[in-house]
Design a protein around this ligand. Sequence first.
Ligand SMILES: *[C@@H]1O[C@H](CO)[C@@H](O)[C@H](O)[C@H]1NC(C)=O
Ligand SMILES: *[C@@H]1O[C@H](CO)[C@@H](O)[C@H](O)[C@H]1NC(C)=O
Ligand SMILES: *[C@@H]1O[C@H](CO)[C@@H](O)[C@H](O)[C@H]1NC(C)=O
Ligand SMILES: *[C@@H]1O[C@H](CO)[C@@H](O)[C@H](O)[C@H]1NC(C)=O
Ligand SMILES: *[C@@H]1O[C@H](CO)[C@@H](O)[C@H](O)[C@H]1NC(C)=O
Ligand SMILES: *[C@@H]1O[C@H](CO)[C@@H](O)[C@H](O)[C@H]1NC(C)=O
Ligand SMILES: *[C@@H]1O[C@H](CO)[C@@H](O)[C@H](O)[C@H]1NC(C)=O
Ligand SMILES: *[C@@H]1O[C@H](CO)[C@@H](O)[C@H](O)[C@H]1NC(C)=O
Ligand SMILES: *[C@@H]1O[C@H](CO)[C@@H](O)[C@H](O)[C@H]1NC(C)=O
Ligand SMILES: *[C@@H]1O[C@H](CO)[C@@H](O)[C@H](O)[C@H]1NC(C)=O
Ligand SMILES: *[C@@H]1O[C@H](CO)[C@@H](O)[C@H](O)[C@H]1NC(C)=O
Ligand SMILES: *[C@@H]1O[C@H](CO)[C@@H](O)[C@H](O)[C@H]1NC(C)=O
Length: 330
Amino acid sequence: MLLLTALSGTLFVLPVLVTFGIYFGLDHQRILECGFHCGSDNSNSSTGSGNSSTGTGTSGDLPTGANLTAAQYCEKSYAITPAPGRYTFNPNQWGDTNDTGSLCINVSIGTGFTNSGSDNQDYAAGFAATWQYPQGSEDSPVHAFPNADLNLPSVFPVQLSTLSGLDLDVSWAYDPDSTIVDSTNYTGLVAAEVNANVCVDMFLSSNISDANSTTGADFEVMVWLGRFGAATDPIGVADGPQENRTVNGTTFSLYYGDNSLGQHTITWLADQNTTDFTGNLGPLLRNLSSYTGPTSDDYLGYVAFGSEALYSNRNVTFYVPKLAIEVSVS
Ligand SMILES: *[C@@H]1O[C@H](CO)[C@@H](O)[C@H](O)[C@H]1NC(C)=O
Ligand SMILES: *[C@@H]1O[C@H](CO)[C@@H](O)[C@H](O)[C@H]1NC(C)=O
Ligand SMILES: *[C@@H]1O[C@H](CO)[C@@H](O)[C@H](O)[C@H]1NC(C)=O
Ligand SMILES: *[C@@H]1O[C@H](CO)[C@@H](O)[C@H](O)[C@H]1NC(C)=O
Ligand SMILES: *[C@@H]1O[C@H](CO)[C@@H](O)[C@H](O)[C@H]1NC(C)=O
Ligand SMILES: *[C@@H]1O[C@H](CO)[C@@H](O)[C@H](O)[C@H]1NC(C)=O
Ligand SMILES: *[C@@H]1O[C@H](CO)[C@@H](O)[C@H](O)[C@H]1NC(C)=O
Ligand SMILES: *[C@@H]1O[C@H](CO)[C@@H](O)[C@H](O)[C@H]1NC(C)=O
Ligand SMILES: *[C@@H]1O[C@H](CO)[C@@H](O)[C@H](O)[C@H]1NC(C)=O
Ligand SMILES: *[C@@H]1O[C@H](CO)[C@@H](O)[C@H](O)[C@H]1NC(C)=O
Ligand SMILES: *[C@@H]1O[C@H](CO)[C@@H](O)[C@H](O)[C@H]1NC(C)=O
Ligand SMILES: *[C@@H]1O[C@H](CO)[C@@H](O)[C@H](O)[C@H]1NC(C)=O
């Protein structure tokens, strides 16, 4: 969850917490295990209250090295779970209640694993989100969180004391246009006034029953690999970084505070935009109690990778050609 601080160029005033709805809650029990053709065959797995009349899964190529076929979804919220069902994709335009912008997510279906090899089924299908929103209100700046959510009901919720690893292997790129690119065009993003982050979003709770609830969980822990624009600040930014931890060469700084739902929010912000990352995020979930974060008795119930989209002055595209999240339990 984001915090909007003062408008850029003005002095810092009082932080205003984002109000949310957060993400439309996806009921994992109701998500269709829809297989390779879910885009065209099962167009009614929509959840949430958004406008679901568009994006019934028209096919289009997502021209990665693997020569994938993609289906496009433009719904406000829509659970897309291609076989083998490990990841659920969602355009998740939870903050676009007034239809002020647009977002479509393309998900490679079929041969869509983003890596080859024996463990390829741990990798997600490639996906890309093209979006544009105007600047939102100061108390509700986030329009969408297009994401891939790890859908492992047999593993989650997992008590942190038994979590031995949370390995992330990811590559992403952002471009100030409607097409995918291999590398992020930073100057173009500045010109497009892009305000967005790229992050892993996790929810945890002392109560095992609500650890998978993005609104009911006690704790939110985020790991930001990218941060664009002056309005894109973590909760607690005014208090400064509290601690730094390095994971496989990338240094993250900790910020913390409560979000407007009262969830204790910890944000680990990478010290530079990190478009390629391989490493174990487990240590970023340890020893957080002095920052009002979870203890080893608490349960991790939700892990997703995506981009919180605030605004831009033109279409921009968030592209994830490679993603795997692996959970190890001892
Ligand atoms: C959380 O998990 C429970 C069972 O473990 C399930 O009934 C519930 O639908 C899940 N909630 C969400 C938001 O996924
Ligand atoms: C989806 O819902 C609409 C309206 O409720 C219905 O007309 C359509 O047949 C449904 N499509 C599928 C694939 O079930
Ligand atoms: C969804 O959007 C379409 C096209 O913009 C519009 O005609 C329809 O009324 C909307 N439906 C809802 C439920 O808002
Ligand atoms: C997504 O799919 C649509 C429909 O085929 C296509 O027009 C568009 O170019 C694709 N977007 C990206 C970013 O690949
Ligand atoms: C939607 O529009 C209404 C009426 O103009 C406004 O009060 C509200 O703040 C807007 N919502 C968002 C999320 O911008
Ligand atoms: C911007 O992206 C949307 C999909 O999110 C697409 O429908 C629209 O055609 C794009 N506009 C331009 C100018 O490329
Ligand atoms: C980056 O974006 C800017 C603005 O859209 C554009 O002028 C420039 O050509 C782009 N650079 C590359 C390497 O694509
Ligand atoms: C745990 O969460 C569930 C689901 O939200 C709720 O019904 C239950 O009362 C909670 N238990 C405690 C001890 O708070
Ligand atoms: C964390 O690193 C930043 C620079 O990357 C530095 O300014 C800050 O003092 C460090 N904080 C701590 C608590 O070590
Ligand atoms: C990430 O890139 C943007 C430019 O698009 C820049 O403003 C920002 O400072 C970069 N973030 C870090 C942490 O270097
Ligand atoms: C650290 O990063 C390198 C380069 O991305 C990767 O090859 C290696 O597997 C990573 N190590 C761990 C322990 O994740
Ligand atoms: C957590 O604290 C313990 C005890 O001080 C220490 O041994 C351990 O290395 C810490 N772990 C992390 C990830 O900081």
